[in-house]
Design a binder for this molecule. Structure first.
Ligand code: FAD
Length: 391
C-alpha cells in the first residue's frame, strides 16, 4: 500500500458517516481519517420521542463527537460544509476554511421539507433534531398554561407523526385534542402491515382523530387551510401544530453539475458519484440509481456507511468494489409511553415487551460501547418506574 498525504475526509457524522469512519479504520488502522460535522453531538434520532417524554435522558440519545472519536485514531473537526469543488477536490467550510481531499464521503443527512407551503416555517414545530425537540417542549409548556382542552394538530401520518401523536397523548392525557392530518389514504403508508395495524389500534385506543386524503394548503396563525379528497376547503383550528410531513436532503453547493433524483444525489450501486469514483455519497442525502425505493432510514444509512468503509478500503488497495445490497432487518415503531410495535425477520411483536426489545436493540447500536452499556443500565433501572406509570 502506498502512503498518502491527504486524509480521507468524511463530512456528516450521522448514522452513515460514523459507520464509514469506524469500518475503514478497523480495516485499515494506519489510514488518516478526518470526520467533520456542523454539530457537536451525534443524535440517535429514533430515540428522540423517548427524550421528549422523559422516558430517556438527553445524554442517552445524544453523544459528543469528541467522546465518540476519543482514542479512535480518527480526527474530528466541528465545521459546516458550504460547497464542494469535485474537479479541484476541495471543500469550502464556514470561516473560509478550505480543505483538499483525495477521497471523500458526503453524508450530511436530511432536514425538514416544507414543500414550499405558506406558513409552515412560521407556525409549525418540527421534530428532526435536539433544537426542534427543545422548541417543541417550550411550545407544549406554553400551551399547557392556557385553560381548557387544546387542539394539537400533527401534519403527516408517517412514523414520525404517528409516534408523536401516541407519545403526546400518553404524556398529556385529557389536555390536548390530537388530530393527525394525512394526504394519503392510510397511516404509515410505507410501513409493514403489522406495524400499520398496531398503529391504527393505538390511534383508536387514544381517540386520536385522523383526517386521511386531506392535504395542507396554507398555515395561518391558529388555523390550517385544508383540502379534502372532494376538493372541499376546510378551515382547521389549532393551538399547536407539528409538521411531520417529510424530509429533504441537506445539500452543500456543488460547483459541478451532479445528477439528482427527487432532490437527492444519485450514486451508482457502489455508492460512488458518477464520473468521480473517489467520492461516495451515502445515507439520507443520496439515492442509488435503479434502487430509488430504498428507505431513508437509520438502518439503511448504517449499512451504507459500513459498505463505504469496505469499498474505500478496496479502492485504496486497487481492488474491485462491491455492489451495495440493503438487508431489511425489519422496522420498529414506538406507540405511546412504554409501548412499541416490531415487524421483521419473521418476528412480529407489540406492546410492552416490544418496547423493551426496541430499547435494547437501539442501546446495542449506540456508537460507543460505554454509552450502550450506560444506556441499557439506565433503562433497566428506570424500567420499573416507566411501567408503573402505564396501565
Ligand atoms: C424523530 C426521528 C425518528 C426516526 N426514527 C427512525 C427509526 O425508528 N428507524 C430508522 O431506521 N430511522 C429513523 N429515523 C430516520 C433516521 O434518523 C435517518 O434516516 C438517519 O439519521 C440518516 O442517517 P444519515 O447519516 O444519512 O444522516 P444523519 O444521521 O442525519 O446525519 C447527518 C449528519 O450530517 C451533519 N451535517 C449536516 N449538514 C452538514 C454540513 N453542511 N456540514 C457538516 N455536517 C453537516 C449533521 O449535523 C448530522 O450529524 C428517524 C428520524 C427522525 C428525525
Amino acid at each position: 500500500m502506498h502512503s498518502r498525504k491527504k486524509p480521507i475526509v468524511i463530512v456528516g457524522s450521522g448514522f452513515a458517516g460514523i459507520n464509514a469512519a469506524f469500518t475503514l479504520k478497523r480495516l485499515n488502522p494506519t489510514i488518516a481519517i478526518l470526520v467533520i460535522d456542523s454539530q457537536a453531538k451525534f443524535i440517535f434520532k429514533p430515540l428522540l420521542y423517548e427524550v421528549l417524554s422523559d422516558e430517556m435522558q438527553e445524554w442517552e440519545a445524544a453523544t459528543e463527537f469528541e467522546e465518540i472519536f476519543a482514542n479512535s485514531g480518527i480526527t474530528f473537526l466541528n465545521n459546516n460544509l458550504l460547497s464542494v469543488d469535485l474537479d479541484e477536490r476541495s471543500l469550502t467550510f464556514q470561516n473560509n476554511l478550505i480543505l483538499h481531499y483525495e477521497y471523500l464521503v458526503i453524508s450530511t443527512g436530511s432536514k425538514n421539507n416544507n414543500f414550499s407551503i405558506e406558513g409552515v416555517d412560521k407556525y409549525c414545530h418540527f421534530f428532526n433534531n435536539l433544537n426542534d425537540l427543545k422548541n417543541l417542549k417550550m411550545g407544549l409548556a406554553k400551551s399547557l398554561n392556557k385553560s381548557g382542552i387544546k387542539n394539537l394538530s400533527i401534519i403527516g401520518a408517517g412514523p414520525s407523526g404517528v409516534e408523536l401523536a401516541c407519545k403526546l397523548f400518553d404524556m398529556y392525557p385529557n389536555v390536548f385534542k390530537i388530530s393527525v392530518i394525512e394526504r394519503s389514504k392510510e397511516v404509515l403508508n410505507q410501513s409493514k402491515t403489522f406495524n400499520r395495524e398496531e398503529a391504527e389500534k393505538a390511534i383508536k385506543d387514544r381517540n386520536i382523530k385522523v383526517l386521511l386524503n386531506t392535504s395542507v394548503e396554507e398555515i395561518h396563525e391558529n388555523q390550517i387551510l385544508l383540502k379534502d379528497k372532494y376538493n372541499h376547503d376546510i378551515q382547521w383550528d389549532y393551538d399547536l401544530v407539528i409538521w411531520a410531513a417529510g424530509i429533504k436532503p441537506t445539500l452543500p453547493i456543488f460547483e459541478q453539475e451532479v445528477q439528482k433524483i427527487n432532490q437527492k444525489i444519485a450514486t451508482n450501486v457502489k455508492l460512488q458519484l458518477k464520473s468521480y469514483e473517489n467520492v461516495f455519497v451515502i445515507g439520507d442525502i443520496s439515492v442509488i440509481k435503479g434502487f430509488e425505493t430504498l428507505p431513508s432510514t437509520a438502518q439503511n444509512a448504517m449499512q451504507q456507511g459500513i459498505h463505504v468503509g469496505v469499498n474505500l478500503n478496496l479502492l485504496l488497495n486497487g481492488k474491485e468494489l462491491l455492489d451495495y445490497q440493503f438487508m431489511d432487518n425489519g422496522e420498529m415503531i414506538s406507540l405511546g409511553i412504554g409501548k412499541a410495535s416490531l415487524s421483521g425477520l419473521g418476528l412480529t411483536l407489540s406492546g410492552k415487551f416490544a418496547f423493551e426489545l426496541r430499547r435494547l436493540i437501539y442501546a446495542s447500536k449506540m456508537p460507543i460501547f460505554q454509552n450502550s452499556f450506560k444506556s441499557a443500565a439506565a433503562w433497566l433501572i428506570n424500567k420499573k418506574n416507566i411501567f408503573n406509570n402505564t396501565n
